[in-house]
Design a protein around this ligand. Structure first.
Ligand SMILES: [Zn+2]
Ligand SMILES: [Zn+2]
Length: 278
């Protein structure tokens, strides 16, 4: 699949693709490029410069230069159109050449300064490195700020919320949601002993940490969702299916949130690194 905004920013590229190495591809030491991978390979090496037929019939033409991520080491791998009709493009994996990713690992490539970078890592590492959300510790402080009623304490706490989220917007959203969890209004809530209102947490669906890269404010009502503590932890920590289900439901509820940064649902999944990698 093609790189999303997260990968484009992470790898500082304009185009890239990633997919999972299958058992078969690992065993056969060859990868048949997906459409998006094929597009990048053909764009980079130029279709007419890619060898047609078995690699042995023209080893020099079949051999292509890549840069290995992250070291930048130059490596050479064979790339051919096995059939004259150029219907599929095949990349040969080789331990000796320096690139033989494990089955189940994510392998990826991207163009940068006229070179084609290639790399692989375990799926868990890929997902954790591509998730924008896990490190937002100040979000806990933000929840405290929302429920605090003592102005002096609010002021003290606010200094620890590095993104300075506006508590009034969160309170307004909770009021609009009639003090219910926006994923499921039946979810059980306890009463906060501070605010005396049902306890909800406020979550910015599009990560506020991306604010520095965008002119449009992400601290807006559309982007703030009232969630019960269970759903809020789940959106950050649950396995992919449940987290996707919550986000999908929230987006049905308020699709306008996508307009803020001109996104597709899939882009939002990528922010959380819970997309299905195919
Ligand atoms: Zn959150
Ligand atoms: Zn809930």
């Amino acid at each position: 699949m093609q790189f999303g905004k997260v990968q484009i920013e992470k790898f500082q590229t304009s185009t890239g693709a990633y997919s999972i190495v299958t058992d078969r591809e690992f065993y056969d030491s060859q990868i048949t490029a997906t459409d998006s991978e094929s597009e990048i390979l053909q764009h980079h090496f130029k279709k007419e410069n890619i060898h047609i037929g078995p690699k042995k019939s023209n080893p020099d033409l079949a051999r292509k230069k890549f840069r290995l991520y992250p070291s930048g080491e130059e490596i050479f791998l064979n790339l051919v159109f096995p059939k004259p009709e150029k219907s599929e493009l095949r990349l040969y994996l080789s331990k000796m050449a320096g690139f033989k990713p494990q089955a189940g690992h994510v392998w990826f490539m991207f163009e940068k300064t006229n070179e084609l970078w290639i790399g692989a890592m375990p799926e868990k590492v890929w997902r954790s490195e591509n998730s924008v959300y896990r490190n937002d510790i100040s979000e806990f402080v933000y929840q405290e700020v929302i429920h605090e009623t003592n102005d002096i304490k609010i002021q003290q706490l606010r200094e620890r919320d590095v993104f300075l989220r506006n508590r009034k917007l969160a309170l307004h959203r909770m009021q609009l949601s009639k003090y219910k969890c926006e994923f499921d209004s039946q979810h059980n809530l306890f009463i906060s002993r501070y605010s005396q209102k049902p306890y909800l947490e406020a979550h910015h669906l599009l990560p506020i940490s991306l604010q520095k890269e965008h002119n449009k404010s992400l601290d807006v009502l559309d982007n703030i969702f009232s969630l019960c503590p269970f759903c809020h932890r789940a959106i950050h920590h649950a396995e992919n299916n449940l987290a996707r289900n919550i986000i999908h439901t929230l987006l049905i509820k308020r699709p306008t949130v996508l307009d803020i940064l001109n996104l597709q649902q899939e882009d939002v999944y990528r922010y959380y690194s819970i997309e299905t990698i195919y």
